[in-house]
Design a protein around this ligand. Structure first.
Ligand code: ZN
Length: 181
């Protein structure tokens, strides 16, 4: 027999103003509550979220696809501009099924490196959305029954950058042109 559902009023009060933070992370529910706690730790009681398998990976068209990167990029920009987002938190996590499926057989250390670079590429993709946008990167991993968040610096390693450029078949940046008087 079909279960009957009745009206429910949540205890959580409705707040009409938009949160100032946006978290972009994987749909994997094993991390959801911990991510919300991290955002509270960062000073955000409430947050906008953009979750899909792989999270920020979808913003790198080399890891995902041009179509995914375009769609997720536009969705992110919509939230940042439309909701007045001031801080974006991009998160990757250990044991991500999206990466396992996308890169079968790749060693876990290499997968992690790809995830870290995807965070950095995603940060670059979003940086233009708003001047003075605060973009913060974290790598989440389970440690002793808890979720640990390690901050990730924004700089893409030269080796990774060359690799990404090679994969994209994009010529390396030309030397800077001399300044015109
Ligand atoms: Zn995942």
């Amino acid at each position: 027999m079909k279960k009957e559902y009745s009206m429910y009023i949540a205890e959580t009060p409705y707040e009409a103003t938009h949160p100032k933070a946006l978290a972009i992370y994987c749909s994997d529910g094993r991390f959801t509550t911990a991510v919300e706690e991290l955002l509270r730790h960062l000073g955000h009681e409430r947050l906008d979220t953009l979750t899909m398998p792989g999270g920020p990976a979808l913003l790198n068209f080399w890891t995902a696809s041009i179509l995914d990167a375009d769609q997720v990029g536009r969705a992110s920009q919509f939230l940042i501009r439309g909701h007045g987002i001031e801080q974006v938190v991009l998160l990757a996590h250990a044991g991500c099924g999206y990466y396992r499926q996308r890169f079968p057989g790749r060693a876990s250390a290499e997968v992690k490196q790809t995830q870290l670079d995807d965070l950095r590429v995603a940060a670059r993709a979003l940086a233009s959305a708003r001047r003075d946008l605060d973009i913060t990167l974290y790598y989440a991993s389970p440690v002793d029954g808890k979720v640990r968040f390690d901050p990730v610096d924004l700089a893409i390693s030269r080796v990774s950058e060359n690799k990404i450029l090679r994969e994209l078949s994009v010529p390396s940046a030309a030397p800077e042109a001399p300044a015109t008087p």
